[in-house]
Design a protein around this ligand. Structure first.
Ligand code: NAD
Length: 481
């Protein structure tokens, strides 16, 4: 990288001040191993300061009119889109995803800010028929209070706006703890928020390499009224347990094990395109990524052949290079996990169709991989791989497919391709998932409620339901009338 990336900020942001830290940690480019910047490695004390700043900012922030909050959010949206290219480059540098995907994420992330700028004006209470002629029932919808947002590295921008935009719209200040691999996108995003005029303390970012220390403060401080977490299921469970002490509300967007079912009557070419989009996007590092491909016996070999031909055309490389559709994995541990899943599947009788090895580019690049004849005993059947490995299972009947798809503790996203309309209804209704895509490989949008059932999480992000997560209902009984 010759020129310094634009919008590269190497300070944290607390109480409206850009903060240094006594210690710093390095942020590296996974495509090259180079250090991009060092950011403050903050501790529990600064996390508490950030909570104090947010708690102090809350009364004035919630008293602002909805329109004032909406205007600031709208200005933030405009600033994000005006800086789409700079944000996308920064994201590709620290996260590795291809530039086109990074641009897409900036637009997707910004769409939540735009949507909740509009929705801020529609936070409505209600009046209800009362239980006595001299009484009235009023229901107010009030901001819940200080929100802590803990976010992952796989979508460094969108996971922040999906939480902060509805929280801010509702009248809640936020403390953000971004993933240690990708703090630069978060800091750039908040720099733009500062520039458009969000008041001091309303948005805070605490960068840290030891997340547990910050998490402990955010989940136990009684002034934090809501924790919104996106990340792995084990960390989510731990945070939930920590929240119990102060009975904090929590939204949890956790891991998935998405099935992608291809029935005999599917449009196979469309199914291949959907499978590639949902499996290999972000190098397989998305929570709604296809983790298991279930293919009906009648089209099994034909589908595999088409999929292998398509996957052979996926270009792997540095996300900044033109034409690249698969970047590196985030780190060496991610490569090790993919390799262990490949090894386990092959040891237990899986058939390698393509890939299976680290890529010749070295570093954390991995070949797009397909393994056929996968069975339920293999790790890939039950664990989230989070990498470019497509394991393919065979099934005979619709009932068997639904049972296989549901045989997991996760329940985030599921996909299937079919044409028969009765089958479409039966399968759609039979899948125990928070989100189902029918003849579609990509389903995320700010307009719909995103979230999972079972151990994939609690709560929803996006749509008007995403805003309700940051409000409390207050019932007022007015008597003596
Ligand atoms: P992770 O759970 O390791 O980390 C997520 C965040 O939690 C990071 O900011 C990390 O620093 C922080 N963290 C880790 N340990 C903590 C602790 N003890 N206390 C407080 N904070 C802590 O997850 P990851 O590897 O960054 O992300 C990948 C996971 O996220 C996958 O399982 C993926 O499915 C999931 N994910 C889910 C969604 C969704 O919407 N459901 C979206 C994206 C990613």
């Amino acid at each position: 990288m010759s020129a310094e990336p634009q919008l590269l900020i190497d300070k944290a942001y607390v109480a409206g001040q850009w903060r240094e830290g006594a210690r710093r940690f390095a942020v590296t480019n996974p495509a090259t191993g180079e250090t991009l910047a060092e950011v403050p490695d903050l501790d529990a004390e600064v996390a508490r300061e950030a909570v104090t700043a947010a708690a102090d900012a809350w009364p004035a922030w919630k008293r602002r009119t909805a329109k004032e909050r909406a205007t600031l959010l709208r200005a933030w949206f405009d600033a994000i889109m005006a800086n789409q290219e700079a944000l996308a480059r920064l994201m590709t540098l620290e996260q590795g995803k291809p530039l086109a995907e990074a641009r897409g994420e900036v637009a997707y992330g910004a769409s939540f800010v735009e949507y909740y700028a509009e929705e801020a004006k529609r936070v409505a209470g209600e009046t209800l028929p009362s239980h006595g002629v001299d009484k009235r029932i009023l229901v107010f919808r009030e901001p819940i209070g200080v929100v802590a947002a803990i976010t992952p590295w796989n979508f460094p921008l969108a996971m922040i706006t999906r939480k902060c935009a509805p929280a801010l719209a509702a009248g809640c200040p936020v403390v953000i703890k971004p993933a240690e691999a990708t703090p630069l996108t978060a800091l750039a995003l908040v720099k733009l928020a500062e520039e458009v005029g969000f008041p001091a303390g309303v948005i805070n970012v605490v960068t840290a390499s030891r997340p547990a220390e910050i998490g402990e403060v955010l989940t136990t401080d009684p002034r934090v009224r809501k924790i919104s977490f996106t990340g792995s299921t084990p960390v989510g469970k731990r945070l939930l347990a920590q929240c119990a002490g102060t009975v904090k509300k929590a939204s949890m967007e956790l891991g998935g094990n998405a099935p992608f079912i291809v029935f005999d009557d599917a449009d196979l070419d469309a199914a291949v395109e959907g499978a590639v989009a949902s499996k290999y996007r972000n190098s397989g590092q998305t929570c709604v990524c296809t983790n298991r491909l279930l293919v009906q016996a009648g089209v099994y070999e034909a589908f595999l052949e088409k999929l292998a031909a398509r996957v052979a055309r996926l270009e792997v490389g540095n996300g900044l290079d033109e034409g690249v559709v698969q970047g590196p994995l985030i780190n060496a541990a991610a490569v090790e996990k993919v390799q262990s899943h490949v090894r386990d599947a092959l040891d237990k009788g899986g058939r390698l169709v393509c890939g299976g090895e680290p890529h010749a580019l070295g570093g954390t690049f991995f070949q797009p991989t397909i393994i056929a004849d996968v069975t339920p005993e293999m790790k890939v059947a039950t664990e989230e791989t989070f990498g470019p490995l497509a394991p393919v299972f065979r099934f005979e009947t619709e009932e068997e497919a639904i049972a296989m798809a549901n045989a997991t503790e996760f329940g985030l996203a599921a996909y299937f391709y079919a044409r028969d309309y009765r089958r479409i209804w039966h399968v759609m209704e039979g899948l125990e998932y928070g989100m189902v895509a029918v003849n579609e490989g990509i389903l995320s949008t700010e307009l719909a409620p995103f979230g999972g059932v079972k151990e994939s999480g609690l709560g929803r992000e996006g749509s008007r339901h995403g805003l309700d997560e940051y409000t409390e209902l207050k019932y007022v009984c007015v008597g003596g009338l």
